[in-house]
Ligand binder design. Sequence first.
Ligand code: ATP
Ligand code: MG
Length: 167
Amino acid sequence: MRVVKRRALRSRVRREMRRSRSEFTNKAASTIKFGEGFAKKIIKTGVAKRAKVLALQGELGAGKTTFIKGFARGLGIKGKVLSPTFILIKKFAIRNPQFFNFYHIDCYRLKNPKDLLDLGFKKIIAVPQNIVAVEWAARVKSILPRKIIRIKFKTIDKNKREIIISK
Ligand SMILES: Nc1ncnc2c1ncn2[C@@H]1O[C@H](COP(=O)(O)OP(=O)(O)OP(=O)(O)O)[C@@H](O)[C@H]1O
Ligand SMILES: [Mg+2]
């Protein structure tokens, strides 16, 4: 029985490894560049059945907002991406004829996932032409769609970060 369990675990780990990729950056500007390139890739995949939802995780200062700055740039957004300290949701128009809006959501100060539902989260993610990035996504895990792009940020040292993307 134990052997079977171990085998199942090993194949799950292998599957995860295949589906995830990791990138190291050694300065904030590189994380911005990486985010920009990633947005361009996302745009290329075209509009699907549902909104594209990026779930970002990682401790304070790990680089989530920095990545989103580049990501927004890659979507052709001119507006400034800030750490939305008091604002929970910020909306930007995507400069691409196929897509509508980009939503930057920061759940750090969120008390309850319901508060995000009250702000129309379900409606936002129901629109296939929207792209949504959620910081501190684990705080709203219960209301996230099944299909998300997970992006994990790890602080290696002062200027080095690991960014792990899995679907
Ligand atoms: N390789 C790197 N990638 C990203 N940011 C870096 C890197 N090296 C240093 N930094 C610095 O780390 C900080 C990252 O801050 P950022 O606001 O992006 O983090 P965050 O994960 O959004 O934090 P929070 O949870 O507070 O929202 C910035 O000050 C940035 O300049
Ligand atoms: Mg942030």
